[in-house]
Design a protein. Structure first.
Length: 115
């Protein structure tokens, strides 16, 4: 059962489907790739013509298109739109304020910054 699900998933990943128009991207089509590495997500493929038509309707942080009636943010400084999700918001805030991750070590009463 599990091997059949994995086989189906790998076949779907081999097919390049445009995330905007949901049509299969053929070998000779010009495409825009957005590399999504967090949490095991694969790359997003978009027909180049779809990308140009909807360029300002794609999140500047994750590269995914916006859905109908979805709440989103506009950064007035960068003139960029992004999802109101925590991941996209945090990612965009890092453009304005560089953050470092750290943790509090209670046993030594210190804050340790990650490298």
């Amino acid at each position: 059962m599990v091997s059949k699900e994995l086989d189906c998933a790998s076949k779907k990943m081999e097919q390049n489907i445009c995330v905007i128009c949901h049509q299969e991207i053929e070998e000779n089509d010009l495409v825009f790739f957005s590399n999504q590495n967090e949490r095991g997500k694969g790359k997003l493929c978009v027909h180049f013509r779809c990308y140009l038509e909807l360029q300002n309707k794609i999140c500047c942080e994750c590269g995914k298109p916006f859905e109908g009636e979805e709440e989103l943010f506009l950064c007035e400084e960068h003139q960029e739109y992004f999802h109101s999700s925590k991941e996209c918001l945090n990612s965009h805030l890092k453009k304005h304020m560089p953050f470092q991750k750290g943790r509090y070590d209670a046993t030594n009463n210190r804050i340790l910054l990650d490298e």
